[in-house]
Design a protein around this ligand. Structure first.
Ligand code: ZN
Length: 260
């Protein structure tokens, strides 16, 4: 039977402290019918550790990336060489999360763009899809993605834009990731997007340990809770949980070809 795929989680994160090891989180997920996980890095320093964890489990994959909030400099050639070695692993399935985040003060737009573009070019060179983080920066994001149109595919994770922006992203060859936010009371616009876009564009995620779905909002999230997100999508799209599971996992396999 096809299981759920949490396409965006952070198995190694300070919020898990010592209470949840990556192994605990993976085992709990498998016991709940979530049998594929993409563990995503936010900083260069995290990447080799995540690949190492992913290599221990055939159902766990790693994504190599520098989050825009950590974009302090572009990678050196030594660091890029290390990434070339890491992408040789069968478990390294994507590049990201990378992108643009203009939400908090004090960011350097030009530097964020440079760090993002370096990762797009790396992903193209390795024929890997992108996992994009975008907050309050869709105009600049689309300008950059238009420049690479046809050369790169990916997902805009934890999508937070408008319906118009959703359609634009899909037209550029991107899927949209939805997580616990679609269960929040104030997320009516996002639920509207989930019901309006082609179901073939939807990926499920948790962004755990962040963004726990209702009724767990505010607590530490875990990949197993992607099932709550799947149930929400099922009720919005008037589909069964089994249909949502097989459709969204097939969508993820279409994008993340190394996870098939
Ligand atoms: Zn994330």
């Amino acid at each position: 039977m096809v299981g759920l795929f949490d396409t965006h989680c952070h198995l190694v994160d300070g919020l898990y402290k010592k209470e949840w090891s990556p192994e605990d989180l993976i085992k709990e997920s498998f016991s709940q019918g979530v049998n594929r996980l993409m563990t995503v890095s936010c900083s260069y320093e995290e990447t080799s550790n995540l690949v190492e964890i992913a290599t221990r489990y055939p159902e766990v994959y790693a994504s190599l990336g520098v989050h825009p909030n950590n974009a302090k400099r572009i990678m050196s050639s030594d660091e890029l060489n290390q990434w070339y070695l890491l992408t040789e692993h069968s478990s390294t399935a994507a590049i990201g999360e990378c992108g643009l985040d203009y939400h908090y003060d004090g960011f350097d737009k030009d530097l964020q763009k440079k760090v993002f573009i370096q990762q797009i070019e790396f992903a193209i060179s390795q024929k890997l899809p992108l996992i994009i983080h975008c907050r309050d920066a869709f105009d600049d994001l689309f300008k950059i993605l238009e420049h690479f149109e046809g050369k790169i595919a990916g997902v805009i994770h934890c999508f937070s834009g408008t319906l118009k922006q959703a359609r634009k992203a899909i037209s550029l060859g991107f899927k949209l990731g939805f997580g616990g936010i679609i269960t929040f009371a104030n997320a009516g616009e996002l639920r509207e997007i989930v019901t309006s876009i082609p179901v073939s564009s939807i990926l499920l995620e948790t962004d755990s340990p962040y963004l726990s779905p209702v009724p767990y909002r505010g607590t530490v999230n875990r990949p197993s809770k992607v099932k709550i997100v799947a149930n929400k999508v099922a009720s919005l799209r008037k589909l069964s949980l089994q249909d949502v599971t097989s459709i969204t996992t097939a969508n993820a396999f279409e994008l993340f070809t190394k996870c098939r």
